[in-house]
Design a protein around this ligand. Structure first.
Ligand SMILES: Nc1ncnc2c1ncn2[C@@H]1O[C@H](COP(=O)(O)OP(=O)(O)OP(=O)(O)O)[C@@H](O)[C@H]1O
Ligand SMILES: O=P(O)(O)OC[C@H]1O[C@H](OP(=O)(O)OP(=O)(O)O)[C@H](O)[C@@H]1O
Ligand SMILES: [Mg+2]
Length: 289
């Protein structure tokens, strides 16, 4: 099975890092390489431009693809579906025009010119609104075009907004919001290997906002501790031989549980209140539910 991943650009490193964390490390990657093996002999990684990945998957050059939702929309492929939102590469495709210019809403663009690297998305967007500007396709530096009389407005990617600002452009409307997704061709959607890759990637995402919590408590306080830790399937409880934890001669327990990252602070406060000690919080690499 082949997974197409971005060969360069801002999505390359985080994608290889995610595969690594999912237990699918890509081996011996060097620049300009087209293929690489992974630790799984049945899975090969294919390096392609982010924009070409949907097409690679649709045509069967790869079975799975990892790229931006914006690129999926622009490709127009119909036999490829999204399996997972991988959460990084968050950005927006926006309609933007020169600050203090005449274009203040999308309807001002009737009969005008819009430059973009996303002509299909742009055409669909304007068609929905029944506005028909001329679309000029460029392959980069889109923000320059309004300043050299090539276009009245642009549709381009923004995340921090810095590039628009530097080029004295302001957002007129949002066209779509994007992040990196895992895509599969529909005819392999139900393959066992595809399911395994999906589970492995999902396990990293699930683990990202969870923490593993370990603590000791007097056995007499176990009920109170368990009330604080409803957790996933309840906490794991082990007898320990620790006199210093046991204040009441009933022995002590070690308790392990998975908690939401957002709840760690409050949970620790409450655990201390009910008599827990030696509380340890660690990150989780993967969590298969
Ligand atoms: N500023 C940004 N913030 C967040 N995500 C972004 C940003 N710019 C691009 N992306 C996401 O990354 C994808 C690829 O963009 P990137 O700039 O890495 O490659 P590219 O310019 O298309 O590739 P190439 O260098 O091969 O021309 C975009 O389609 C989008 O999903
Ligand atoms: O809102 P911002 O944080 O400023 O990001 C927006 C910029 O990021 C992307 O370019 P990128 O940096 O990928 O360069 P590229 O044109 O070489 O692809 C995009 O094409 C914008 O120009
Ligand atoms: Mg770019």
């Amino acid at each position: 099975m082949r997974i197409a991943v971005p060969n360069k650009g801002r999505l390359h490193d985080p994608t290889l890092d995610l595969l690594d964390r999912a237990g699918l490390s890509v081996e011996n990657v060097s620049e300009r390489q087209l293929y690489a093996d992974t630790v799984d002999p049945d899975i090969t990684v294919l390096f392609a431009r982010a924009a070409d990945i949907p097409e690679y998957v649709a045509d069967g050059a790869a079975d799975l693809g990892i790229t931006g939702y914006d690129q999926h929309c622009e490709s127009g492929v119909e036999n490829v579906s999204e399996l997972l939102d991988l959460g990084y590469g968050k950005c927006r495709l926006v309609l933007a025009a020169p600050e203090e210019g005449d274009i203040t809403d999308v309807y001002d663009l009737e009969g005008k010119t819009v430059a973009t690297e996303f002509p299909r998305v742009a055409r669909d967007y304007f068609a929905d609104l029944d506005v028909s500007p001329e679309i000029v396709e460029v392959t980069g530096a889109t923000e320059l075009t309004p300043h050299v009389d090539m276009a009245d407005a642009i549709i381009d990617i923004t995340s921090t907004g810095t590039t628009l600002k530097v080029n004295r452009l302001e957002i007129v409307d949002e066209v779509l919001s994007s992040s990196v997704r895992l895509f599969a061709r529909d005819d392999v959607r139900d393959d066992e290997k595809v399911g395994q890759v999906e589970t492995a990637l999902q396990s990293v995402l699930t683990a990202e906002d969870k923490r593993y919590l370990m603590l000791n408590a007097p056995r007499a306080k176990l009920d109170d501790v368990e009330d604080v830790l409803p957790g996933m399937g309840g906490p794991t409880v082990m007898d320990i031989d620790a006199d210093e934890v046991d204040g009441e001669g009933e022995g002590a327990v070690a308790v392990h549980a998975v908690v939401d990252e957002r709840e760690v602070f409050e949970t620790i406060t409450r655990l201390k209140e009910v008599g827990a000690s030696d509380i340890l919080v660690t990150e989780i690499e993967r969590l298969v539910e």
